[in-house]
Structure formats: C-alpha cells, structure tokens
Design a protein around this ligand. Structure first.
Ligand SMILES: CCCCCCCC(=O)SCCNC(=O)CCNC(=O)[C@H](O)C(C)(C)COP(=O)(O)OP(=O)(O)OC[C@H]1O[C@@H](n2cnc3c(N)ncnc32)[C@H](O)[C@@H]1OP(=O)(O)O
Length: 259
C-alpha cells in the first residue's frame, strides 16, 4: 500500500494518476513563505447541532467557504475545485465548528446544544490564522481532496508548518474518506507519515486521499500532500481506520502491557 514517491498502484493493479512530481536527489525549491497576514477575529457565530435526531433552532455556520483570511491562491483553487462539483463528480463537504457533524448522513449523532467542544481544526476564531480548509468528496465515496491554507498559528520550525499540523490535516482528510466509505463511524488506528519537504506558512496545499482496501471493519487509505501545482510532494501517508459502532462510545481502553 502506498508505494514509492510519486507513483502508486492500488491492490487491484490499476494505475493511479501521478499527483506529485519530484526527482529523487534533486533539491526541492521551497517557495518563500508568503508574509502571514494579520488574522482577523471571526464574528461570534451561533452554536447549533447537525443531527437527524435533534432539531436546529439556528443554522450552523458552514466554515468551508471563503473568508477574509483566504489568500488569492486559496480562493482561486477553491473556485477550481468548486467547478468540479457542477457535474456531480465531486461534492463539497460543509464543515462546522462542532466535531464530526459534517457528514450527517453518516454520523447520525445527537449533539447537545450549548458551547460544547470544538473540532480541533476549527478552534481558532481568527480568520486565516489556523487551518483554513475545505474538503471535497468524490462521487465514488472513496476519495477525498482537501484544500488547505496553512496559517501562521500552525508554525513549527520558523516559517514552516508544525509536523503535527500536517498530521492533523492528513488525519482529517483520510478520516473523512474513511467515514464516507464506511458509512458509519470509524477511528484512526494507525497513521504513518513521511515528511518529505517543509510546508511554508501561508502555503496552500492539497491533500489527496483514497481508500486502498476495505476489509471487514478495516479501511486502509493513502494520502499525499502537495502544492497546488503538484510540483512539490510535502508528505505522503498511509492510514488504517477501524469502523466502530458509535463514535460517542469508543471501545474500552486495552489493558496496558505489564512491565
Ligand atoms: C473530521 C472528520 C475526520 C476525523 C478524523 C479524526 C479521526 C481521529 O482522530 S480518531 C482519534 C484517534 N484514534 C483513537 O483514539 C483510536 C484509539 N483506538 C481505539 O479506540 C481502538 O483501538 C480501535 C477503535 C481503533 C480498534 O478497537 P476495536 O474496535 O476493539 O478493534 P479490534 O477488535 O481490536 O481490532 C479490529 C481489527 O483491527 C486490527 N487493528 C486494530 N488496531 C490496529 C492497529 N493499531 N494496527 C493494526 N491493526 C489494528 C485488529 O488487529 C483487528 O484485526 P482482525 O479483525 O484481522 O483481527
């Protein structure tokens, strides 16, 4: 699963379009980070739930749409991806402040009204400061594409994204793909990431994920994170998700091994 850099094949042997091009041994041209813009605080937004079991009194705010913190490059790529939705081959997934309520047809969770916890990626209110992203789901239900602008609050090494931020982006992209494929809740059991090039703060990246194999409760996925021109492969990953009955009640923790 996963295969070598820039070339992959799925278990059925079909070739998968090459997404990123990078010649081994050739230094990568790391783009100069665009100066981080001054984050603008988002206006307070109403809280609500997306649930098939609870009625909403206030419409939740979809955050996977352009805002003042999006760069011109982010807006341009978003519009490009949006055009792919007109023929039904892709669909944009709305994203809210609350957790796993963005695929309501998969997760029919009852969400209590109230402030509640926030989805990790949506925990920064200042527009453009954290993760700005929109996920698109392929009509097959087995591929996701996440467009993400990496904000200045995600800094690790100076001027570059923290590895954990990239892991979060990957986990969310493959996780959404797993949920759609499973049509039920699924949790990350294993995530393996190769970091191949640092991601400059302010960069707009595309994470492409697909289901490689679905065996019983196990969903094996792959993911590649590239720049929008597909010139630089920033990271590639494989993941294993396990379907679980109810996301609110994960299995009891396994006993710790005795030392
Ligand atoms: C925003 C939308 C996207 C969301 C993306 C974010 C997703 C997340 O971050 S989830 C949070 C992080 N993940 C977790 O906290 C999960 C913690 N782990 C667990 O809860 C459990 O171990 C869990 C659910 C993964 C599996 O537990 P359980 O349901 O009991 O499965 P279990 O019966 O042990 O295993 C089922 C199969 O999977 C395999 N398996 C389970 N874990 C692993 C693993 N880590 N590696 C390899 N195989 C595994 C088992 O070997 C077994 O295989 P087989 O059927 O062939 O014997």
């Amino acid at each position: 699963m996963g295969g070598g850099r820039g070339r992959r094949s799925n278990p059925a042997g079909d070739s998968i379009p090459q997404l990123c091009h990078r010649t081994p041994g050739v230094p990568i041209d790391v783009p100069v980070p665009t100066p981080p813009h001054v984050p603008q605080p988002r206006p307070p937004r109403p809280h609500c739930c997306v649930s098939l079991q609870a009625s909403c009194s206030v419409s939740p705010q979809d955050l996977a749409v352009p805002n003042a913190g999006w760069s011109a490059a982010m807006c341009e790529q978003y519009q490009r991806l949006l055009r792919c939705t007109t023929n039904g081959s892709w669909r944009r997934i709305p994203s809210y402040r609350r957790g796993l309520d963005h695929l309501p047809e998969v997760l029919q969770m009852t969400v209590d009204p109230g402030p509640g916890p926030r989805l990790f990626l949506r925990n920064v209110d200042a527009e453009g400061a954290g993760f700005e992203y929109a996920i698109f789901l392929h009509a097959s239900g087995r591929r996701t594409r996440c467009l993400c602008q990496v904000g200045p609050y995600l800094e690790g090494h100076q001027g570059f994204a923290h590895g954990g931020a990239i892991a979060t982006l990957v986990d969310t992209t493959v996780g959404t793909c797993a949920l759609a494929a499973a049509k039920m809740s699924a949790m990350t059991a294993k995530l393996s990431i190769s970091y191949l090039a640092p991601v400059p703060l302010g960069a707009v990246v595309v994470a492409d994920s697909r289901v490689e194999q679905h065996e019983g409760r196990k969903i094996f996925l792959s993911c590649q994170v590239c720049d929008t021109q597909r010139d630089t492969l920033y990271a590639e990953a494989t993941a294993l998700f396990i379907q679980v009955e109810d996301n609110n009640s994960p299995p009891s923790p396994a006993a710790c091994p005795q030392r």
